[in-house]
Design a protein around this ligand. Structure first.
Ligand code: PXP
Length: 275
């Protein structure tokens, strides 16, 4: 069964709507740390946050506070910049997901181009791996991107599911699922842990998991937080976990390349070293 990483960025988005630039000492709400604790209690296998360069939702102090309380896995999404690599090396999340970032975008709009600055990616990954952080590259479901991620030393890839989620015709959806299946196979063959995320929802997750079997972790945020407005965070997470549990039995073991297993994959190595 795939694991669920709950992205709590939008708990912070709600807080920032009222408390942007708040003075320390005020009790800004909603509290992202409380949200993370509740998410773990409801069964989330990990907590994901994106420390954006413009700090539009998650703040530096949030990451520090989350590092102290998250007992599952803390996954820090971040741009491939010197500043962010330094942040990760000080906060020591369990995982880092390298994402492309532009200040104008509403949300992450495409995968990171791992062919563009391979040496920069490689040196960042080396630094992070040395501190036992598993690095994943958030990429489009493209075979060259999978190879480039592997070549740069990533232990995992996260396949960008946005185009699948936004497809408006059955044909486009099937084409995307096909692309994802091929990318999954290629990444799995290379020993990479394969995650997926962006735009996954109660309405499209079952289709994705039927077509792309063996995904290690699904990172889901907006859909869960939106549902939580109506049913509460715990119920929203449990509903998503139910969908994951009902996914077809996986021929390939989803955790074959997982951390921390005994397998000699980079993902396992990073997990093992951390243990
Ligand atoms: N994975 C990555 C790398 C992301 O950037 C995001 C969005 O922050 C997500 C997963 C979650 O996407 P969504 O909020 O659409 O579920």
């Amino acid at each position: 069964m795939s694991y669920l990483g709950v992205n709590i960025d939008h708990v912070a988005t709600l807080r920032q709507a009222r408390y942007r630039g708040w003075e320390k000492g005020l009790p800004p709400e909603p509290d992202v740390v409380a949200a993370a604790e509740l998410a773990e209690k409801a069964g989330a296998h990990g907590i994901t946050v994106h420390l954006r360069e413009d700090r539009r939702h998650i703040q530096d102090d949030d990451v520090a506070a989350l590092r102290k309380v998250v007992t599952t896995r803390l996954n820090l999404e971040m741009a491939l910049t010197k500043e962010m690599v330094e942040k990760a090396l000080s906060y020591l999340p369990d995982e880092v997901c390298l994402v492309p970032e532009s200040r104008e975008e509403v949300t992450t709009e495409g995968g990171l181009n791992m062919l563009k600055a391979p040496r920069r990616a490689q040196s960042a990954i080396t630094l992070l791996n040395a501190r036992r952080i598993l690095v994943s590259a958030f990429i489009d479901a493209d075979l060259d991107q999978v190879s480039a991620s592997h070549d740069a030393g990533a232990g995992a890839v996260e396949l960008h599911t946005g185009t699948f989620a936004n497809a408006t015709t059955k044909r486009a959806r099937l084409a995307e699922l096909n692309r994802h299946r091929k990318a999954f196979e290629a990444a799995h063959e290379l020993g990479l842990q394969v995650n997926a995320g962006h735009g996954l929802h109660y309405t499209n997750l079952a289709d994705y998991l039927s077509a792309v079997q063996g995904v290690h972790t699904l990172n889901i945020g907006h859909g869960i937080i939106s549902r939580a407005v109506f049913v509460g965070l715990s119920a929203a997470i449990r509903e998503m976990l139910d969908i994951i549990a009902q996914a077809p039995a996986v021929e390939k073991d989803a955790t074959a390349n997982a951390t921390p297993s005994g397998t000699e994959t980079r993902a396992a190595e990073a997990g093992k070293a951390r243990a």
